[in-house]
Design a protein around this ligand. Sequence first.
Ligand SMILES: NC(=O)c1ccc[n+]([C@@H]2O[C@H](COP(=O)([O-])OP(=O)(O)OC[C@H]3O[C@@H](n4cnc5c(N)ncnc54)[C@H](O)[C@@H]3O)[C@@H](O)[C@H]2O)c1
Length: 368
Amino acid sequence: MIIPEKINLNLGENSYPIIIGQDNLAALGNLIQELNLGRDIFLITNTVVAKLYGDTVIKHLRQAGIKHLQMSVIPDGEQAKTIENWHKVLGEIADFDNGLNKRLVVVNLGGGVVGDLGGFVAAVYRRGINFVQVPTTLLANVDSGVGGKVAVNFKQGKNLVGAFYQPRLVFVDLSLLKSLPQAEMRAGLAEVVKYGVIADSELFAFLEQNYHAILQYDLEALHHIVRRSYQIKAQMVEQDERDTKGIRALLNFGHTFGHAIETATNYARYRHGEAVAIGMICAAQLAEELGMFSQGETQRLEALMAKIGLPAKIQGADLAQIMQAMTHDKKFVNKKNRFILPVKIGEAAVKEGIDETLIKKIVARRLE
Ligand SMILES: NC(=O)c1ccc[n+]([C@@H]2O[C@H](COP(=O)([O-])OP(=O)(O)OC[C@H]3O[C@@H](n4cnc5c(N)ncnc54)[C@H](O)[C@@H]3O)[C@@H](O)[C@H]2O)c1
């Protein structure tokens, strides 16, 4: 049994705790009240998670004495991360609020899609109200739950419209992962591989040893990777909350290629983590071509991703579509491309202005 632990994300007055536990959902309502986050809860989730955990969460919150409570349910999947759904949820929250000046707190129960969209609802409603992340996917438990990047997608680019807006609490119940399909576990692991490459060679080695146990929902192993991932992310966000100093940018390793793959395939073919996995191979090969990263380490990375069962090839988009999507990426500054490239396993660097012919060569190699 995992004893609940707390990691603090220190951002001055925007600091917040990240609670990691197991079977601890019953404690959520009391904690929200202890931290004085609000009295009335607007719960945002999606159709899949509502069915699995909606009733349980509502029961626990009522038992904790929350009287005004409403659940808003968005459709499932990345394609639901739209301005239309954001607008619809805002309408529902305004109806719930009803001018009564309730002390509202938004609770996002779900994966990265619910967390990003719900966070963006909280960021703008009444110019910003408190919100809590209750991540239910591995990806959200190691990455999107923390850090305050909230957004929705546009056809021109992923996460194109959004804000920096920090949650007041991140509440992890690892037991919720037991219902997560294998493919989603693999996609979440891609982001953990990312932390290993950019910041922690021991975490990378842990994944090489324990990927199988993790995919079997071993709670001790899951606890280790969730704790370590959030520690690394918290450190980077603390030093560079608004992503302007090139520190937080390291978290985008694999994402310039990955986002372009997602956009070019209309957010329909790959899970975010799967696209990032292909993107990490592209970035490693690019670094190798530039003489920054050894062939042996690229092979080690590719081997780990293959063992986890992540894709390595791009299907459903051609070179022109991917290059077009890449030029819309927010990470392109003054039209100059910008990539996070590995130096060795455990360390990465920001590189700008890379020759486009080389990028095309790397992408072309990945096309099926
Ligand atoms: N804000 C950030 O810093 C940040 C970081 C990384 C990724 N992201 C975003 O996160 C999103 C991807 O998140 P994701 O991978 O969690 O996708 P997701 O939210 O679509 O969840 C994946 C699938 O798992 C289902 N699901 C969720 N919890 C479940 C559970 N406990 N049991 C069974 N099924 C469950 C969902 O319904 C969905 O079908 C992308 O939009 C990406 O841009 C944001």
